[in-house]
Design a binder for this molecule. Structure first.
Ligand SMILES: Nc1nc2c(c(=O)[nH]1)N[C@H]1C(S)=C(S)[C@@H](COP(=O)(O)OP(=O)(O)OC[C@H]3O[C@@H](n4cnc5c(=O)[nH]c(N)nc54)[C@H](O)[C@@H]3O)O[C@H]1N2
Ligand SMILES: Nc1nc2c(c(=O)[nH]1)N[C@H]1C(S)=C(S)[C@@H](COP(=O)(O)OP(=O)(O)OC[C@H]3O[C@@H](n4cnc5c(=O)[nH]c(N)nc54)[C@H](O)[C@@H]3O)O[C@H]1N2
Ligand SMILES: [Mo]
Length: 760
């Protein structure tokens, strides 16, 4: 395989990166390290064996599919880490909190906070002692209910990280609307909201059009900004199978991510010991951050040139019947010149032509993308261009083809499907009226960025978090941390202690919940929960582990407890009955969303999940025009602001973290370890800027909005990146990303395109 970078050196041979392929022995070592720390019981190992298999628990890590015919081991390094981390035998109990003030805990690293172990009892913040103290569930619910009742519904924000199952999430979305608001920001607001909003306008669906089956039939896969090896490792098996049968992968990413270069299947004894690792990408291009619009404009130019030479390359019949707006799109692409495309993408025309050959010779192509496309100011156009490219050759709505965003949290997509989101339409008003006699609020609510603006200007008074670590995950962390204590109420439903819990409002609670792998016993017996994967398949999940304490409640029970204490009595809101038997909640989900959830309870445990369908897959376009929409590019850069004299910062995840949960300090697949406080930059740039390897520097944001943003104490580390691009870790560098610097249509923060300057 060849690795291309548009610079004289092609690639830096001195750059440290792991010589070993993704998967392989290293992934087993990663698991062993967590097992050593969290000391899981023997049962934990048994639970791992049932992970992602029918009748077992669905992994709490990423949203990748759970196949109907699972392999002997259907979990990856990161799934194992997440599971063992949840089955932690250490306890952050009342005694732990009696020992530590928040002031002290603020000095701890994120890793150490979560290492305190599982939360075991409800806790109330006591200002006088600056400590969390144990309280009862009744007192906690009563106090939370009293606070929420005392404010205007619009002053409350209900955040959800993408963990909680469909049942708890549905009740959460119902609770908000029954209270009179839809301020329901979700982790997707920082993630794939760009997808939810823009794919909906382009092709009439807020989610991807592919299913697992398509990977058995595609001829080519185009990867834009998705790091499979770290973030959805089970996908590597699917890709390997595709490569083995001749499918070609072309990758665009500023970073040479190991998993997309080569992969040794840790489940194949032969590959672990004898056979060479599988070469994954046929071509790998180190595009500049924000350069994908230009790349795709180039690819489209190549398609047009090929059509001119030999007509028939473009699927004219499909375009005539199914699409709108091609002329304006073609005109804009014609107007883009190759020198502009080369400048914005950082790639040469020859490279893009070479990539286009793969697209032109493939009958069926899939476009995969992740945060590299969504977390940009012009993320909408990144997606618009990818849709353009696919539509030109009829690559949406046929087997082996489609657009496939890879979703993050295990149930992030499903939460939205059942109404967690700020838009009025996410829960149909007629159903709310009919089922619960509730008048749904008509106004859209607040997404994550708008909720933060509300906190900054004092309009928001309460933040309830169903999972997550909002203060760590958001942009502009330092600004927000100063505003947060002015909140009247903060409530965290959580499994483990994290940084957000250390910035309490005037009244503040931590409510400990069951994790995905814990047994959920209710009055009506043991309960299953469910989730939706990245391919819109829905699975039941049954935990098998003993909960960390008798006191911990399920997420559903906690949501129901808060709702009951807050809302006026309404005979249609049967919080206690629903808590006793989740089947009843699934019946409600089915009644509210009949097209997606027909026979929900009957199909709950179907191997491989049940598919809720996608009209775009059938070439039914639920857009305003009833057609799939081409998008005319208005710019060739996804960046909101050219770096100018500065550099573009991309924030990365290591394979030793799950978002803000930091398992350890190695980034094995990138060959980095020891510290996460690094600034990665190529050697030529180090020289050009007069820096030295190992030097301590600061980064300063170059967005002019009256706020000075700087992070100190970063070590200059040479790394193979395109010129003018630097990389560092999420969440350490979040204080550099301005809250207002986000994707245009969806307000997804531009975590992959912040202009910064290095301050020696
Ligand atoms: N182990 C682990 N797994 C995870 C997570 C985790 O933190 N750890 N998080 C989960 C969540 S919530 C999510 S959303 C997913 C995230 O998974 P991904 O979508 O893979 O997100 P990132 O790792 O943030 O970055 C993706 C890639 O984009 C590249 N990139 C950056 N800028 C650009 C650009 O302008 N263009 C292109 N083409 N590429 C670019 C980066 O180099 C990186 O390889 O993973 C999920 N799975
Ligand atoms: N700079 C930068 N910032 C980013 C990103 C980036 O790429 N760069 N990515 C963004 C993305 S894609 C996302 S999705 C967000 C993630 O933002 P969040 O979803 O808010 O953050 P997480 O780190 O996933 O949340 C971890 C916490 O969830 C709790 N938790 C874990 N399991 C459970 C459970 O089963 N139930 C409950 N109730 N709680 C649980 C634990 O207390 C844990 O500490 O961050 C965003 N922020
Ligand atoms: Mo995410």
């Amino acid at each position: 395989m060849t690795v291309y970078r548009h610079s004289a050196t092609q690639q830096d041979p001195d750059t440290p990166y792991d010589e070993a392929p993704a998967g392989g022995w290293g992934s087993l070592e990663g698991i062993a390290q967590i097992a050593g720390e969290a000391k899981p019981s023997a049962v934990a190992m048994k639970i791992l064996g049932t992970l992602n298999k029918p009748g077992g628990a669905m992994c709490s890590s990423c949203a990748w599919a759970k196949p109907a015919k699972p392999g002997p081991v259907e979990f990856c390094e990161n799934g194992a880490k997440a599971t063992l981390w949840e089955l932690d035998r250490r306890r952050a109990d009342a005694a732990f909190f009696a020992d530590h003030t928040l002031e002290e805990l603020k000095g701890w690293h994120d890793h150490d906070l979560e290492s305190a172990g599982r939360l075991t009892e409800p806790l109330r913040y006591d200002v006088a002692q600056d400590r969390y103290v144990a309280t009862s569930w009744d007192d906690a619910f009563a106090a939370i209910g009293a606070e929420l009742r005392a404010m205007e519904p619009q002053q409350a924000v209900f955040y959800a990280s993408g963990h909680a199952g469909l049942e708890a999430s549905y009740l959460y979305a119902l609770f908000a609307r029954a209270m009179g608001h839809q301020n329901l920001p979700q982790s997707s607001n920082m993630c794939h909201e760009t997808t939810s909003v823009n794919l909906k306008t382009f092709i009439g669906t807020p989610v991807g059009t592919c299913t697992l089956e398509d990977f058995d039939h595609c001829d080519a896969i185009f990867f834009f900004g998705q790091n499979t090896g770290s973030n959805s490792p089970r996908f590597l098996h699917t890709l390997k199978a595709a490569v083995d049968r001749g499918c070609r992968i072309v990758t665009f990413n500023p970073v040479r991510e190991r998993g997309l270069i080569e992969f040794a299947d840790p489940q194949s004894p032969a590959q672990m010991t004898l056979a060479p690792a599988t070469k994954m990408s046929r071509q790998y291009y180190q595009v500049k951050p924000g350069g994908d619009i230009a790349v795709i404009a180039g690819l489209i130019k190549c398609v047009l040139a090929a059509e001119e030479a030999v007509p028939g390359v473009i699927d004219h019949e499909f375009i005539a019947q199914h699409t709108q707006g091609i002329d304006a799109m073609l005109e804009a692409v014609h107007a883009a010149t190759w020198p502009e495309i080369e400048r914005e993408s950082g790639l040469s025309r020859a490279m893009i032509e070479q990539a286009a050959e793969v697209y032109l010779s493939a009958g069926r192509s899939i476009g995969i993308y992740g945060m590299g496309l969504t977390q940009h100011v012009n993320g909408w156009l990144n997606l618009g261009m990818l849709v353009n490219l696919l539509l030109l050759r009829g690559n949406i709505g046929k087997l082996g083809a489609g657009i496939s965003p890879v979703r993050g949290h295990s149930n992030v997509q499903g939460q939205r499907t059942v109404g967690v989101g700020e838009k009025a339409g996410y829960m149909p008003a007629d159903k709310l009226k009919q089922l619960f006699d509730i008048d749904a609020p008509k106004q859209d609510g607040l997404n994550a960025v708008h909720a933060c603006e509300g906190i900054l200007d004092g309009k928001v008074k309460a933040v309830i978090s169903l999972g997550g670590n909002l203060l760590r995950a958001l942009p502009d962390r330092e600004r927000l941390e100063t505003a947060w204590p002015r909140l009247r109420l903060t409530v965290h439903v959580a499994t483990k202690l994290n940084r957000s819990h250390l910035v309490p409002g005037e009244v503040s609670y931590i409510l400990p919940c069951l994790g995905r792998v814990d047994r959920d016993r209710q009055a009506g017996g043991e309960q299953a929960v469910s989730m939706e994967d990245t391919f819109s398949h829905i699975y039941g999940s049954l935990g098998g582990a003993e909960p960390p304490s008798d006191t911990v409640k399920s997420e559903l029970a906690i949501v129901a407890g808060m709702a009951e204490a807050t809302l006026d009595p309404n005979p249609a809101l049967k919080w206690r009955e629903w808590t006793a038997n989740y089947d009843l909640v699934r019946d409600l989900i089915e009644a509210t969303f009949p097209d997606d959830f027909a026979q929900f309870n009957q199909r709950l445990m179907q191997p491989g999940g049940f598919y809720r369908g996608n009209p775009a897959r059938e070439r039914v376009w639920k857009t305003d025009s009833g057609k799939a929409q081409f998008t005319a590019p208005t710019t060739l850069s996804a960046l909101g602001q050219a770096p100018g004299a500065g550099m573009t910062l991309i924030t990365l995840r290591s394979n030793d973290q799950f978002n803000t949960t930091i398992y350890g300090f190695s980034d094995r697949l990138r060959g980095l370890k020891g510290s996460r406080m690094v600034v990665l930059i190529n050697r030529a740039e180090i020289d050009r800027l007069g820096l030295a390897e190992g030097q301590q520097v600061a980064l300063e944001t170059l967005v002019e909005d009256g706020v000075h943003r700087q992070v100190d104490g970063l070590t200059v580390t040479p790394y193979d990146l395109p010129d003018s691009c630097i990389a560092g870790y999420y969440p350490e560098l979040n204080p550099l990303v301005p809250l207002g610097y986000h994707e245009k249509n969806s307000a997804t923060p531009a975590y992959k395109g912040t202009p910064v300057r290095i301050v020696p």
